[in-house]
Design a protein around this ligand. Structure first.
Ligand code: SAH
Length: 471
């Protein structure tokens, strides 16, 4: 949990909102350059501005002369705050700003004092606008220059087509109220419309796009296929190794459209940020279905999908659903019940680990194949696992072996491979928490890997990559 207050006791978590100030009275104390900039923003937002200051910069005098603000050319008086919904002070004199803040707070009016956190109830974010879209960036008052930099970056990314897109989506929302009686269906259509990249691209190309076209394209159709169709549908989706930008676009799309999302501990929490707030989020257990009584079993997918008129269910899996993901049980349950489903692939942990370690999994003249193997019960007889002798013959033949779930049993794996004649000089790379904030990569050999894992502080989840590619 992040700390909730800064050193000077002010909050570090701000509550953001967008204010509609049209016709509302705002008091600005001060009439210098800083005050002038704030007043222009307030006028843009339709606020009725009263400025109090003994003297003013020319631009402010012009605004007053043009009747766009009321300017009282005198010092601040505590009574000035009455009737204002918010107060901004930027006099350049800390004593005056402090007095304005006290008077405002005594009257229960929120106040901002320029460059003075202790006397501010709110901060003014760095702002970029595209029509209806307002991007506001704040750093709890701590680093306004950084807010401005981030605003510029985001603003540069946000091309002019978004302005038109926002306007069209606003119209689509009005149309959707007539078209969809069912609020859930309306939400789903509007979510799909907001994600309509084709419409966005068409706008960017300068083509004529109407709100009704966007809505038509996004309307759930009974003749639709896969996730687009009506009724119960289950998507087994690979969530990738952690970093949200390693999600595929299709996985992202399925998350945005889901009615129910089931996840487990292997799914990075940041990925869940893509799930719309209306969707039901269900925790499916520590390591998937098998752990513990009381947890939903694979048949729960069927139950979730069949609720109501049939729902879109996303079963999120770390990495790829088909790699040590226990998908077979779920597929069987879905097929037995006749519930349609699809599989959306993901970046499996071995691929993310190899990328983080900077090694290829195959290499011309070095390794011509790669095996994804597990070694949870290495040494014990387990028909699901390759034997140590099998893995040993692969690595001795110069193949690459990526080992999943192998950290806990690493001593047994090392011993078994050595016993099967693998030299202790075999290169081994190990990557913990690939693509996650705590990511750690290390290189060693079969002889040193156990010590190296401890020295590098690598913990589960981790992937071992055995073979010359890790040299
Ligand atoms: N379906 C998943 C694997 C599930 S098995 C996939 O395709 O990646 C769980 C094992 O995957 C863990 O024990 C670990 O070996 C590996 N793993 C999952 N996420 C990982 C990550 N971010 N970094 C390293 N290893 C990971």
């Amino acid at each position: 949990m992040a700390e909730q207050t800064t050193q000077d006791g002010t909050a570090s978590v701000m509550y953001p909102m967008m204010l509609d100030l049209a016709g509302r009275r705002v008091l600005v104390v001060g009439a210098g350059e800083v005050a002038r900039r704030r007043i222009e923003g307030l006028i843009d937002a339709g606020a009725v501005v009263t400025a109090v200051a003994p003297s003013a910069v020319d631009a402010m005098r012009d605004l007053a002369a043009a009747g766009r603000i009321t300017w009282h050319a005198r010092p601040f008086d505590v009574d000035d705050v009455s009737g204002a919904v918010i107060v901004l002070t930027a006099t350049g004199d800390p004593a005056v700003d402090g007095a304005v803040a006290s008077a405002s707070r005594a009257a229960d009016i929120l106040v901002n004092a320029a460059d003075d956190d202790a006397n501010s109830d709110f901060h003014l974010p760095a702002v970029a606008r595209r029509g209806l879209i307002t991007i506001a960036v704040g750093t709890a008052g701590a680093a306004p220059a950084l807010s401005a930099r981030l605003r510029d970056r985001i603003g540069a990314w946000l091309g002019p087509e978004w302005e038109r897109f926002a306007t069209l989506l606003g119209e689509a929302r009005v149309l959707a109220r007539e078209r969809f009686g069912d609020p859930a269906e309306r939400m789903r259509a509007l979510r799909a419309a907001a994600g309509d990249n084709e419409a966005l691209a068409a706008i960017a190309r300068g083509e004529r796009v109407a709100a009704s076209d966007i809505l038509d394209a996004c309307e759930p159709r009974s003749g639709g296929e896969g996730f687009e169709r009506d009724g119960a549908f289950v998507s087994l989706v690979g969530a990738g190794p952690g970093a949200p930008d390693l999600l595929t676009l299709r996985a992202y799309d399925r998350l945005r459209m889901a009615d129910v999302v089931l996840y487990d501990d292997l799914v990075d929490r940041r990925v869940l940020g893509a799930v719309p707030p209306e969707a039901e989020l269900v925790y499916a257990g520590k390591r998937g279905w098998r752990s513990g009584p009381g947890r939903p079993g694979p048949e729960a997918l069927v139950r979730f999908a069949r609720e109501g008129n049939g729902r879109r269910v996303v079963r999120l899996k770390g990495g790829d659903p088909g790699v040590f993901g226990r998908s077979a049980e779920e597929i069987t349950a879905l097929e037995d019940a006749g519930v349609p489903y699809e599989i959306v692939p993901g970046v499996t942990a071995a691929f993310a680990a190899a990328a983080s370690a900077g090694i290829p999994l195959t290499e011309r003249g070095v390794a011509s194949s790669v095996t994804l193997a597990t070694a949870v019960s290495m040494g014990a007889e387990d028909p699901d696992e390759p034997s140590a002798a099998e893995l040993a013959s692969l690595v001795r033949a110069g193949r690459t072996v990526a080992v999943y779930m192998g950290l806990r049993t690493l001593p047994r794996l090392v011993a078994a491979l050595s016993l099967s004649g693998v030299p202790h000089t075999l290169p081994v790379a190990v990557v913990g928490a690939a693509s996650q904030p705590g990511e750690r990569c290390s290189r060693a050999t079969l002889g040193t890997i156990e010590r190296e894992v401890v020295a590098a502080g690598i913990t589960s989840p981790a992937i071992l990559i055995l073979g010359l590619v890790a040299r």
